[in-house]
Design a protein around this ligand. Structure first.
Ligand code: PMP
Length: 388
Protein backbone atom coordinates (compact mmCIF):
# COMPACT_ATOMS: atom_id res chain seq x y z
CA UNK A 1 0.00 0.00 0.00
CA UNK A 2 1.15 3.52 -0.74
CA UNK A 3 0.65 5.16 2.63
CA UNK A 4 1.28 8.59 1.18
CA UNK A 5 -2.19 8.30 -0.38
CA UNK A 6 -3.63 8.48 3.14
CA UNK A 7 -2.50 12.10 3.36
CA UNK A 8 -5.44 14.44 2.75
CA UNK A 9 -5.69 15.28 -0.99
CA UNK A 10 -5.40 19.03 -0.50
CA UNK A 11 -2.21 18.51 1.52
CA UNK A 12 -0.73 16.18 -1.13
CA UNK A 13 -1.40 18.88 -3.72
CA UNK A 14 0.18 21.67 -1.70
CA UNK A 15 3.51 22.92 -2.92
CA UNK A 16 6.27 23.02 -0.31
CA UNK A 17 7.40 26.43 0.86
CA UNK A 18 11.03 27.40 0.56
CA UNK A 19 12.32 27.81 4.09
CA UNK A 20 14.62 30.73 4.89
CA UNK A 21 18.30 29.88 5.06
CA UNK A 22 19.51 29.89 8.68
CA UNK A 23 21.92 32.67 9.60
CA UNK A 24 24.82 30.32 10.34
CA UNK A 25 24.44 28.45 7.03
CA UNK A 26 24.37 31.73 5.14
CA UNK A 27 27.37 33.02 7.01
CA UNK A 28 29.34 29.90 6.03
CA UNK A 29 28.17 30.09 2.45
CA UNK A 30 29.16 33.74 2.09
CA UNK A 31 32.33 33.40 4.17
CA UNK A 32 31.16 36.35 6.29
CA UNK A 33 31.08 36.04 10.11
CA UNK A 34 27.56 36.02 11.60
CA UNK A 35 28.19 39.27 13.53
CA UNK A 36 28.97 41.08 10.28
CA UNK A 37 25.77 40.10 8.52
CA UNK A 38 23.19 42.88 8.35
CA UNK A 39 19.80 41.21 8.46
CA UNK A 40 17.23 43.48 6.88
CA UNK A 41 15.06 40.85 5.21
CA UNK A 42 12.35 39.92 7.74
CA UNK A 43 11.08 43.18 9.30
CA UNK A 44 12.54 42.29 12.67
CA UNK A 45 13.36 44.96 15.25
CA UNK A 46 17.13 45.17 15.35
CA UNK A 47 17.10 46.93 18.72
CA UNK A 48 15.76 43.72 20.26
CA UNK A 49 13.46 43.50 23.27
CA UNK A 50 13.54 45.71 26.35
CA UNK A 51 16.40 44.80 28.73
CA UNK A 52 13.64 44.34 31.34
CA UNK A 53 12.16 41.57 29.19
CA UNK A 54 15.53 39.87 28.82
CA UNK A 55 16.11 40.02 32.59
CA UNK A 56 12.63 38.70 33.33
CA UNK A 57 13.07 35.77 30.95
CA UNK A 58 16.51 34.94 32.37
CA UNK A 59 15.07 34.94 35.88
CA UNK A 60 12.05 32.77 34.98
CA UNK A 61 11.90 29.97 37.55
CA UNK A 62 8.75 28.00 36.69
CA UNK A 63 10.03 26.45 33.51
CA UNK A 64 9.09 22.92 34.64
CA UNK A 65 5.41 23.93 34.99
CA UNK A 66 3.01 24.27 32.03
CA UNK A 67 1.93 27.81 31.20
CA UNK A 68 -1.47 29.09 32.42
CA UNK A 69 -3.86 27.96 29.66
CA UNK A 70 -6.07 30.97 30.40
CA UNK A 71 -3.13 33.32 29.83
CA UNK A 72 -4.68 35.46 32.57
CA UNK A 73 -1.67 37.64 33.49
CA UNK A 74 -0.52 38.00 29.90
CA UNK A 75 -3.96 38.95 28.59
CA UNK A 76 -4.40 41.41 31.42
CA UNK A 77 -1.05 43.10 30.54
CA UNK A 78 -2.09 43.29 26.88
CA UNK A 79 -5.53 44.58 27.84
CA UNK A 80 -3.84 47.35 29.79
CA UNK A 81 -1.60 48.18 26.82
CA UNK A 82 -4.33 48.28 24.14
CA UNK A 83 -7.21 49.45 26.32
CA UNK A 84 -9.58 46.61 25.42
CA UNK A 85 -11.02 44.09 27.92
CA UNK A 86 -9.14 40.77 28.27
CA UNK A 87 -12.27 38.87 27.23
CA UNK A 88 -11.56 39.88 23.63
CA UNK A 89 -7.91 38.75 23.63
CA UNK A 90 -6.36 35.37 22.85
CA UNK A 91 -2.58 34.82 22.59
CA UNK A 92 -0.62 32.28 20.62
CA UNK A 93 2.81 31.33 19.33
CA UNK A 94 2.98 34.39 17.10
CA UNK A 95 0.23 35.98 15.05
CA UNK A 96 0.92 33.01 12.76
CA UNK A 97 -0.75 30.65 15.25
CA UNK A 98 -3.78 32.93 15.44
CA UNK A 99 -4.01 32.93 11.64
CA UNK A 100 -4.00 29.13 11.69
CA UNK A 101 -6.71 29.07 14.38
CA UNK A 102 -8.88 31.40 12.30
CA UNK A 103 -8.55 28.97 9.40
CA UNK A 104 -9.53 26.03 11.63
CA UNK A 105 -12.55 27.94 12.91
CA UNK A 106 -13.96 29.24 9.64
CA UNK A 107 -12.69 27.28 6.66
CA UNK A 108 -13.77 23.95 5.28
CA UNK A 109 -12.51 22.57 1.96
CA UNK A 110 -14.10 24.59 -0.85
CA UNK A 111 -14.81 27.71 1.23
CA UNK A 112 -13.45 30.96 -0.13
CA UNK A 113 -10.63 33.06 1.33
CA UNK A 114 -10.14 36.50 -0.19
CA UNK A 115 -6.59 37.79 -0.25
CA UNK A 116 -5.26 41.16 -1.39
CA UNK A 117 -1.82 40.49 -2.90
CA UNK A 118 0.88 41.54 -2.85
CA UNK A 119 0.70 40.92 0.88
CA UNK A 120 1.90 38.63 3.67
CA UNK A 121 2.21 35.03 2.45
CA UNK A 122 0.61 33.23 5.41
CA UNK A 123 -2.95 33.89 4.22
CA UNK A 124 -2.33 31.95 1.03
CA UNK A 125 -0.75 29.17 3.08
CA UNK A 126 -3.91 29.11 5.21
CA UNK A 127 -6.06 28.54 2.13
CA UNK A 128 -3.71 25.73 1.08
CA UNK A 129 -3.69 23.87 4.41
CA UNK A 130 -7.45 24.07 4.85
CA UNK A 131 -8.33 23.18 1.26
CA UNK A 132 -10.11 26.53 0.91
CA UNK A 133 -10.40 28.28 -2.44
CA UNK A 134 -7.75 30.95 -2.67
CA UNK A 135 -9.31 34.08 -4.20
CA UNK A 136 -6.68 36.75 -4.82
CA UNK A 137 -7.76 40.29 -5.71
CA UNK A 138 -4.68 42.18 -6.80
CA UNK A 139 -4.04 45.56 -5.23
CA UNK A 140 -3.87 48.54 -7.58
CA UNK A 141 -0.59 50.07 -8.77
CA UNK A 142 -0.35 52.25 -5.64
CA UNK A 143 -1.14 49.16 -3.52
CA UNK A 144 -4.59 50.43 -2.56
CA UNK A 145 -7.43 47.91 -2.36
CA UNK A 146 -9.75 47.42 -5.33
CA UNK A 147 -12.95 47.45 -3.25
CA UNK A 148 -15.27 47.10 -6.27
CA UNK A 149 -13.48 43.92 -7.28
CA UNK A 150 -13.78 42.62 -3.71
CA UNK A 151 -17.51 43.32 -3.68
CA UNK A 152 -17.93 41.52 -7.01
CA UNK A 153 -16.18 38.40 -5.69
CA UNK A 154 -18.86 37.82 -3.05
CA UNK A 155 -20.32 34.34 -3.21
CA UNK A 156 -22.03 32.34 -0.54
CA UNK A 157 -18.99 30.34 0.43
CA UNK A 158 -16.57 33.27 0.81
CA UNK A 159 -15.87 33.39 4.54
CA UNK A 160 -12.79 35.51 5.16
CA UNK A 161 -10.87 38.46 3.82
CA UNK A 162 -7.37 39.26 5.08
CA UNK A 163 -6.38 42.92 5.16
CA UNK A 164 -2.88 43.78 6.32
CA UNK A 165 -2.69 47.28 7.72
CA UNK A 166 -0.18 48.74 7.15
CA UNK A 167 0.44 46.32 4.31
CA UNK A 168 3.49 44.12 3.94
CA UNK A 169 5.47 44.49 1.58
CA UNK A 170 4.75 48.13 0.67
CA UNK A 171 3.76 49.85 3.94
CA UNK A 172 0.50 51.47 2.74
CA UNK A 173 -2.57 51.86 4.98
CA UNK A 174 -6.33 51.44 4.64
CA UNK A 175 -8.59 54.39 5.48
CA UNK A 176 -11.68 54.18 7.71
CA UNK A 177 -14.16 54.50 4.84
CA UNK A 178 -12.63 51.60 2.87
CA UNK A 179 -12.42 49.42 5.95
CA UNK A 180 -16.08 50.12 6.72
CA UNK A 181 -17.02 49.14 3.16
CA UNK A 182 -15.32 45.78 3.72
CA UNK A 183 -16.95 45.37 7.13
CA UNK A 184 -20.36 45.86 5.53
CA UNK A 185 -19.84 42.65 3.52
CA UNK A 186 -21.20 39.33 4.84
CA UNK A 187 -17.78 37.94 5.75
CA UNK A 188 -15.12 38.07 8.46
CA UNK A 189 -12.53 40.81 8.01
CA UNK A 190 -9.17 39.85 9.54
CA UNK A 191 -7.23 43.06 10.00
CA UNK A 192 -3.57 42.22 10.50
CA UNK A 193 -1.97 45.06 12.47
CA UNK A 194 1.49 43.52 12.85
CA UNK A 195 3.10 46.88 11.99
CA UNK A 196 0.54 49.33 13.40
CA UNK A 197 2.90 50.61 16.11
CA UNK A 198 5.04 52.26 13.43
CA UNK A 199 2.06 53.96 11.79
CA UNK A 200 0.62 57.41 12.34
CA UNK A 201 -2.78 55.74 12.02
CA UNK A 202 -4.39 54.50 15.27
CA UNK A 203 -5.17 50.82 15.80
CA UNK A 204 -8.72 49.68 14.99
CA UNK A 205 -8.59 47.03 17.75
CA UNK A 206 -11.39 48.73 19.69
CA UNK A 207 -13.67 48.31 16.66
CA UNK A 208 -14.11 44.61 17.51
CA UNK A 209 -16.52 45.79 20.19
CA UNK A 210 -18.79 47.32 17.52
CA UNK A 211 -18.23 45.07 14.50
CA UNK A 212 -19.15 41.42 15.07
CA UNK A 213 -17.24 40.44 11.90
CA UNK A 214 -13.88 42.08 12.68
CA UNK A 215 -10.79 40.25 14.00
CA UNK A 216 -7.59 42.20 14.66
CA UNK A 217 -4.15 40.58 14.81
CA UNK A 218 -1.14 41.95 16.70
CA UNK A 219 2.33 40.60 17.41
CA UNK A 220 5.30 40.92 19.77
CA UNK A 221 7.65 40.25 16.83
CA UNK A 222 7.98 43.78 15.49
CA UNK A 223 7.98 46.78 17.85
CA UNK A 224 8.44 44.57 20.90
CA UNK A 225 11.48 42.95 19.30
CA UNK A 226 10.60 39.37 20.29
CA UNK A 227 10.24 37.55 16.95
CA UNK A 228 12.38 34.69 18.28
CA UNK A 229 10.08 34.16 21.28
CA UNK A 230 7.01 33.52 19.07
CA UNK A 231 4.22 35.44 20.70
CA UNK A 232 1.26 37.25 19.18
CA UNK A 233 -2.45 37.72 19.77
CA UNK A 234 -5.84 38.20 18.23
CA UNK A 235 -8.58 40.59 19.33
CA UNK A 236 -11.98 39.02 18.67
CA UNK A 237 -15.68 39.89 18.99
CA UNK A 238 -17.28 38.10 21.96
CA UNK A 239 -19.35 35.65 19.90
CA UNK A 240 -16.29 34.43 18.01
CA UNK A 241 -13.63 34.20 20.70
CA UNK A 242 -15.39 31.44 22.63
CA UNK A 243 -14.98 29.16 19.60
CA UNK A 244 -11.34 30.10 19.19
CA UNK A 245 -10.60 28.92 22.75
CA UNK A 246 -12.07 25.49 21.89
CA UNK A 247 -9.63 25.10 18.99
CA UNK A 248 -6.48 26.43 20.56
CA UNK A 249 -3.90 24.01 21.93
CA UNK A 250 -3.66 24.78 25.65
CA UNK A 251 -0.03 25.70 26.26
CA UNK A 252 1.09 28.38 23.86
CA UNK A 253 2.81 30.83 24.25
CA UNK A 254 5.59 29.42 26.43
CA UNK A 255 6.22 30.40 30.05
CA UNK A 256 9.41 32.28 29.08
CA UNK A 257 7.86 34.21 26.22
CA UNK A 258 4.82 35.17 28.32
CA UNK A 259 7.04 36.46 31.15
CA UNK A 260 9.17 38.37 28.62
CA UNK A 261 6.12 39.81 26.91
CA UNK A 262 4.63 41.10 30.16
CA UNK A 263 7.93 42.78 31.10
CA UNK A 264 8.36 44.20 27.59
CA UNK A 265 4.89 45.77 27.71
CA UNK A 266 5.63 47.32 31.10
CA UNK A 267 8.65 49.18 29.68
CA UNK A 268 6.63 51.87 27.89
CA UNK A 269 9.57 54.28 27.75
CA UNK A 270 11.63 51.71 25.83
CA UNK A 271 8.76 51.09 23.41
CA UNK A 272 8.23 54.80 22.83
CA UNK A 273 11.95 55.37 22.23
CA UNK A 274 12.08 52.46 19.80
CA UNK A 275 9.15 53.75 17.77
CA UNK A 276 10.78 57.17 17.57
CA UNK A 277 14.17 55.76 16.61
CA UNK A 278 12.75 53.47 13.94
CA UNK A 279 10.39 56.07 12.45
CA UNK A 280 13.23 58.63 12.30
CA UNK A 281 15.56 56.10 10.72
CA UNK A 282 12.85 55.16 8.21
CA UNK A 283 12.74 58.78 7.04
CA UNK A 284 16.55 59.06 6.85
CA UNK A 285 16.90 55.74 5.03
CA UNK A 286 14.09 56.66 2.62
CA UNK A 287 15.86 59.90 1.68
CA UNK A 288 19.23 58.22 1.24
CA UNK A 289 17.71 55.50 -0.95
CA UNK A 290 15.84 58.06 -3.09
CA UNK A 291 18.99 60.14 -3.42
CA UNK A 292 20.68 57.25 -5.20
CA UNK A 293 18.59 58.33 -8.19
CA UNK A 294 17.55 54.89 -9.37
CA UNK A 295 15.07 53.76 -6.74
CA UNK A 296 11.42 54.65 -6.21
CA UNK A 297 10.82 54.35 -2.47
CA UNK A 298 7.19 53.79 -1.52
CA UNK A 299 5.76 55.76 1.42
CA UNK A 300 5.67 53.39 4.38
CA UNK A 301 3.99 53.37 7.78
CA UNK A 302 5.96 50.32 8.91
CA UNK A 303 9.52 49.33 9.87
CA UNK A 304 10.47 48.53 6.25
CA UNK A 305 10.61 50.19 2.86
CA UNK A 306 9.70 48.81 -0.54
CA UNK A 307 12.01 50.06 -3.29
CA UNK A 308 11.45 49.79 -7.04
CA UNK A 309 14.44 49.87 -9.36
CA UNK A 310 13.69 52.59 -11.90
CA UNK A 311 17.05 53.05 -13.55
CA UNK A 312 17.01 52.73 -17.34
CA UNK A 313 19.96 50.39 -17.32
CA UNK A 314 18.14 47.80 -15.29
CA UNK A 315 14.66 48.28 -16.72
CA UNK A 316 15.10 45.71 -19.43
CA UNK A 317 16.23 43.01 -17.03
CA UNK A 318 13.60 40.50 -16.02
CA UNK A 319 14.40 40.60 -12.31
CA UNK A 320 16.22 43.79 -11.25
CA UNK A 321 15.08 43.37 -7.65
CA UNK A 322 16.81 40.00 -7.52
CA UNK A 323 19.93 41.55 -9.00
CA UNK A 324 20.09 44.09 -6.17
CA UNK A 325 19.29 41.45 -3.56
CA UNK A 326 22.08 39.16 -4.80
CA UNK A 327 24.58 42.00 -4.98
CA UNK A 328 23.83 43.00 -1.39
CA UNK A 329 23.88 39.40 -0.19
CA UNK A 330 27.45 38.95 -1.44
CA UNK A 331 28.33 41.85 0.86
CA UNK A 332 26.53 40.35 3.86
CA UNK A 333 23.43 42.55 3.66
CA UNK A 334 20.14 40.66 3.47
CA UNK A 335 17.04 42.21 1.91
CA UNK A 336 13.86 40.55 0.64
CA UNK A 337 13.05 39.90 -3.00
CA UNK A 338 9.65 38.64 -4.20
CA UNK A 339 9.50 36.54 -7.33
CA UNK A 340 6.10 37.89 -8.42
CA UNK A 341 4.96 39.73 -11.56
CA UNK A 342 4.56 43.23 -10.20
CA UNK A 343 7.44 43.00 -7.72
CA UNK A 344 10.26 41.64 -9.88
CA UNK A 345 11.85 45.08 -10.01
CA UNK A 346 11.47 45.61 -6.26
CA UNK A 347 13.16 44.69 -3.01
CA UNK A 348 12.00 45.22 0.56
CA UNK A 349 14.38 46.32 3.26
CA UNK A 350 13.80 46.53 7.03
CA UNK A 351 14.64 49.68 8.92
CA UNK A 352 17.51 48.70 11.21
CA UNK A 353 19.89 50.82 13.25
CA UNK A 354 21.62 53.82 11.63
CA UNK A 355 24.83 51.81 11.15
CA UNK A 356 22.86 49.20 9.18
CA UNK A 357 21.44 51.89 6.91
CA UNK A 358 24.96 53.22 6.38
CA UNK A 359 26.25 49.78 5.32
CA UNK A 360 23.28 49.37 2.98
CA UNK A 361 23.69 52.76 1.35
CA UNK A 362 27.44 52.32 0.98
CA UNK A 363 26.91 49.00 -0.82
CA UNK A 364 24.19 50.43 -3.08
CA UNK A 365 26.36 53.46 -3.96
CA UNK A 366 29.18 51.12 -4.82
CA UNK A 367 26.75 49.12 -6.93
CA UNK A 368 25.54 52.18 -8.84
CA UNK A 369 29.05 53.47 -9.41
CA UNK A 370 30.85 50.31 -10.38
CA UNK A 371 28.17 48.07 -11.79
CA UNK A 372 24.91 49.67 -12.86
CA UNK A 373 26.58 52.50 -14.74
CA UNK A 374 28.85 50.24 -16.71
CA UNK A 375 26.78 48.95 -19.62
CA UNK A 376 29.08 46.03 -20.29
CA UNK A 377 29.98 45.23 -16.73
CA UNK A 378 30.94 41.74 -15.69
CA UNK A 379 28.30 41.99 -12.99
CA UNK A 380 25.56 42.39 -15.54
CA UNK A 381 26.70 39.30 -17.41
CA UNK A 382 27.21 37.32 -14.26
CA UNK A 383 23.78 38.00 -12.79
CA UNK A 384 22.00 37.43 -16.05
CA UNK A 385 23.65 34.04 -16.39
CA UNK A 386 22.94 32.96 -12.85
CA UNK A 387 19.24 33.78 -13.10
CA UNK A 388 18.45 31.93 -16.28
N1 PMP B 1 1.45 39.49 9.93
C1 PMP B 1 2.25 40.14 9.09
C2 PMP B 1 1.67 41.15 8.16
C3 PMP B 1 3.62 39.87 9.06
O1 PMP B 1 4.40 40.51 8.20
C4 PMP B 1 4.14 38.89 9.95
C5 PMP B 1 5.60 38.51 10.00
N2 PMP B 1 6.45 39.01 9.14
C6 PMP B 1 3.26 38.25 10.80
C7 PMP B 1 1.92 38.56 10.77
C8 PMP B 1 3.73 37.14 11.70
O2 PMP B 1 3.82 37.56 12.99
P1 PMP B 1 4.35 36.58 14.13
O3 PMP B 1 5.83 36.68 14.14
O4 PMP B 1 3.72 37.12 15.36
O5 PMP B 1 3.88 35.21 13.80
Amino acid sequence: MNFELLIAPHVRQMHAYTPIVPFEVLSQRLGIPVEQIVKLDANENLYGPSPKAVQAMAAANKLHIYPDPDQAELRSAISDYIGIPSEHILCGAGADEIIQLIGMAFLQPGDGLLDLPPTFGMYRWLADITGAQYLPIARQADFSIDVDAVVKRQTLNVKLIFVTNPNNPDGSTIDDATLKQLLALPLIVVLDEAYIDFSSQPSRAAWVQQYPNLIVLRTFSKLLGMAGMRIGYGIFPSAIIEHMWKLKQPYTPTVASSIGAIAALSDRAHLRDNVQRIVAERARMGELLSDLGWLQVYPSETNFLLCRVTNGMTRDRATPGKTVKSYLEQRGILVRYFDRDNLRDCFRVSVGRPEHTDRLIEALREMSETELKSENSKFKNRTEQSFV
